[in-house]
Write a protein that binds this ligand. Structure first.
Ligand code: 6LW
Length: 504
């Protein structure tokens, strides 16, 4: 029996979509303002997943060079049809609804075609597109109607559908309304499946926070009318104390041994009241059963963390950065200088800071609830450091300038700094997310972020920050924590990145 590790993908990986091709499975997740965009993971056993590529690496592909935070690359659907991978997304406040193809899921992917509404002049106005084919050759885009610009920005229109001419990327009709759930807010994330001659429309409703859930309906036709399942919602952790909350936005797939699974997003809140999720929305999986009445049920998500990991990155002019490194609204290669000083990664500050939307920042997702990261920084000719970032309004960092170490917490409009004289020469910085060591009473925090440096061989703690301030509930950000290196001014070089953690 397949072992279900949960999370399937640790760290910020929301809105998962999955497809089976032969004995391989491919998983795509949202990337927002980060690049490279849309990570694609592959599994050969449905237990272990490997990052094999991305759908886009440049801001032009998605139109996200200046996208507002929370906008960007949202909610892929990945499918395989006649030997070709298809992926559809919406770039919210960016290019709009896009369709990509590839013969190999690792890439290269096409440049992305805008899917136009029937008038042929603008993108379809909606998010979370699904793509499905029927046996008559019709191609359906089913999506959540959402107005993303103009005076009606933010207006939800329920689940909509159009037949499209996929060659010319244009809708063949005005959008038709489909079944839009059982009354929960924000019906979204629709996926259409044909199972044994019946069409199933599975959607998320309730919003991506605690009310999130998955509901399903069925019809003889992909166009409906749809009959709602008697046992909806099939999935929801609402009003429960389950360790994985916000479960919803799912996709069905047949796994090994013909067993059905639902891949979905969720969060892992920690604290006495299960309230604060430090890593953002991650990818989870649970088992699906089909019943004699033709309806499926989906099990609640069970937590089963993998063993901890240790990642050590040595920088070299001979090797590009691996695909786990992320930059903000620009390619990693645009800021990573691996040749200025062999064996070091050099970042060239341009005056922007972590408060800006284009910081000189390179990071990797924080993957573990308990996590330690350290790096050696040489800031003899600049100012820069080590940070944990949610977005430009929420970040915590330790920064080195010529003679000063500064720990800083930026939490919404609040800002606090702690300083300490800097040692001469390169300095080891540490940013650790640790469980609080003592019971904080009724309300505990998710974690404590420790900011420290090694000075004269000793660890000196500059500050401790309550991790609840850097959680998805506080930031209301769609992403999650990204740990990274940054430069503000001059040339700052980094060596020996070590990140280790576990999910105890
Ligand atoms: C995603 C939508 C959602 O497209 O958030 O709240 C959007 N739910 O399904 C970004 O993840």
């Amino acid at each position: 029996m397949t072992t279900l590790y949960n999370p399937v993908l640790n760290g910020f990986h929301p809105d998962p979509s999955v497809v089976r091709v032969g004995d391989e499975w491919f998983l795509a997740t949202s990337s927002f303002e980060y690049l490279p965009g849309i990570p694609i993971h592959r599994s050969r056993d449905f237990e272990n997943w490997e990052l094999i590529g991305h759908v886009g690496a440049t801001p032009e592909v998605f139109g996200i060079a200046d996208v507002p935070t929370a906008g960007g690359v949202w909610a892929p659907t990945i499918r395989h049809h006649d030997g070709v991978f298809h992926l559809v997304i919406t770039v919210a406040m960016g290019r709009g609804m896009l369709h990509f193809t590839a013969t190999d899921a690792a890439g290269p992917w096409s440049a992305g075609d805008l899917i136009l509404s029937a008038n042929g002049s603008e993108s379809i106005n909606g998010i979370d597109p699904d793509i499905a084919w029927d046996s008559d050759g019709n191609v359906y885009i089913t999506y959540s109607g959402l107005i993303l610009s103009g005076p009606e920005l933010g207006t939800h229109l329920g689940i909509l559908q159009v037949k499209v001419d996929l060659e010319n990327h244009v809708a063949l009709e005005e959008p038709r309304s489909l079944w839009s759930g059982t009354g929960g807010q924000f019906p979204e994330a629709p996926h259409l499946y044909e199972v044994g001659g019946t069409w199933y429309l599975m959607i998320a409703e309730g919003g991506t926070e605690r009310g999130h859930g998955i509901s399903i309906a069925r019809s003889a036709s992909p166009e409906g009318p749809f009959e709602t399942a008697p046992q909806n919602p099939l999935v929801s952790a609402r009003s429960t104390i389950r360790p994985v909350q916000n479960t919803g936005h799912g996709d069905l797939v047949i796994g090994p041994d013909d067993e059905w699974f639902c891949i979905m997003l969720g969060v892992r809140p920690r604290s006495g009241t299960r309230a604060f999720s430090s890593l953002g929305r991650e990818t989870f999986v649970s088992r699906v059963q089909w019943h004699g009445n033709g309806w499926p049920t989906i099990n609640p998500v069970l937590l089963k963390a993998r063993p901890g990991t240790r990642v050590e990155v040595a920088f070299s002019p001979e090797r590009e950065l691996d695909g786990e490194w992320l930059a903000i609204r620009r390619p990693t290669a645009a800021i990573a200088d691996l040749s200025a000083r062999p064996g070091w990664l050099t970042l060239h500050g341009d005056g922007s800071t972590l408060d800006d939307v284009h910081p000189v920042f390179l990071g990797r997702r924080q993957e573990h609830l308990t996590n330690r990261v350290s790096v050696t920084v040489d800031a003899a000719r600049g100012t820069g450091g080590l940070a944990v970032r949610y977005d430009e309004r929420f970040h915590v960092e330790i920064e080195v300038a010529a003679d000063l170490l500064t720990a800083r917490a930026v939490i919404g409009g609040l800002r606090q700094e702690w300083t300490h004289p800097a040692p001469t020469g390169p300095v080891d910085l540490h940013l650790d997310s640790l469980k609080p060591d003592s019971d904080g009473g009724f309300v505990q925090t998710s974690d404590i972020i420790h900011l420290a440096a090694t000075i004269d061989g000793r660890r000196v703690e500059l500050a401790q920050v309550d991790g609840r301030f850097l959680s998805s509930e506080t930031t209301e950000s769609f992403t999650g924590r990204v740990l990274g290196l940054y430069a503000v001014s001059g040339d700052v070089s980094f060596q020996s990145w070590i990140a280790e953690g576990d999910d105890e």
